[in-house]
Design a protein around this ligand. Structure first.
Ligand code: AP5
Length: 223
């Protein structure tokens, strides 16, 4: 099967993590989640984590010089050779250009950029109710609650609220998205790579739409 290289784009809380987990496992692709990689570095107290924490807690982007090489190294690993789903990268035009250059060097192409769109008001409601497990599984108090309150369905570990899921920080992250990340929509649309999804539909509906689109991308690639 030909390789499939995908980017998930969209505002904070649009459902990138929810869909990315399903998509990567469904299509057997490496799932590279920038936010999870950075949060793990913060938990470990590594040099990167110490530098990144202040930016993340404030809802700002971590500087490019800390993020770009870290993520591109991940894309070059063997387990991403058959394809990847990038969630949270690129986040601005400079990161998009760095990814293009790295893929060109490897003789690889992007196959699609999946934009999940949700209006700002809905985002605040979603992120305020989000809970996550230590291993990154995502729940929502109202829309996808765990089987046992406060516990992960798989390993029973306690669910937590992310530090950046406070209303003021959510609004800051939305501002950063519109200013710095949204220009990537035009960047990829002009190259015919962008596919749009209505993120206000149910999790299952969004998943179905994405699955259909990705099957078409695979088909186009094999012709
Ligand atoms: P990151 O972790 O990437 O956060 P984000 O992009 O803000 O996205 P989220 O994880 O908040 O949301 P999501 O779209 O994955 O939504 P989810 O599926 O959880 O980044 C965090 C920080 O790291 C950044 O602020 C920055 O500081 C730093 N960073 C990361 N990447 C960087 C980069 N490249 N450069 C520099 N800095 C970087 O869903 C949200 C909630 O909604 C959940 O509770 C879920 O259950 C629920 N939900 C999902 N879908 C639906 C649905 N269809 N209907 C109802 N509820 C739903």
């Amino acid at each position: 099967m030909a390789e499939l290289n995908l980017i998930l784009l969209g505002p904070p809380g649009a459902g990138k993590g929810t869909q990315g987990e399903r998509l990567a496992s469904d299509q057997s692709l490496a799932y590279i989640v920038t936010g999870d990689i950075l949060r793990a570095a913060v938990r470990e107290g590594s040099d990167l984590g110490l530098k990144a924490k202040g930016f993340m807690d404030a809802g700002e982007l971590v500087p490019d010089e800390l993020v770009i090489d870290l993520i591109l190294e991940r894309v070059r690993r063997d387990d991403a050779a058959d394809g990847f789903v990038l969630d949270g990268f690129p986040r601005n035009i400079a990161q998009g250009e760095a990814l293009d250059a790295a893929l060109a060097e490897l003789g690889r192409d992007l196959n699609g950029v999946l934009l999940i769109d949700v209006a700002d008001e809905e985002i605040v409601r979603r992120l305020s109710g989000r809970r996550v497990s230590a291993s990154g599984r995502i729940y929502h108090l109202e829309f996808s609650p765990p089987q046992v309150e406060g516990k992960d369905d798989v390993d029973g570990s306690p669910l937590i609220q992310r530090d950046d899921d406070q209303p003021d920080t959510i609004r800051k992250r939305l501002g950063v998205y519109h200013e710095q990340t949204e220009p990537l929509v035009e960047y990829y649309e002009s190259r015919g790579l962008l596919r749009r999804f209505d993120g206000t539909a149910s999790v299952e509906e969004v998943e179905g739409h994405i699955r259909k689109t990705v099957s078409t991308l695979r088909l186009e690639d094999s012709i």
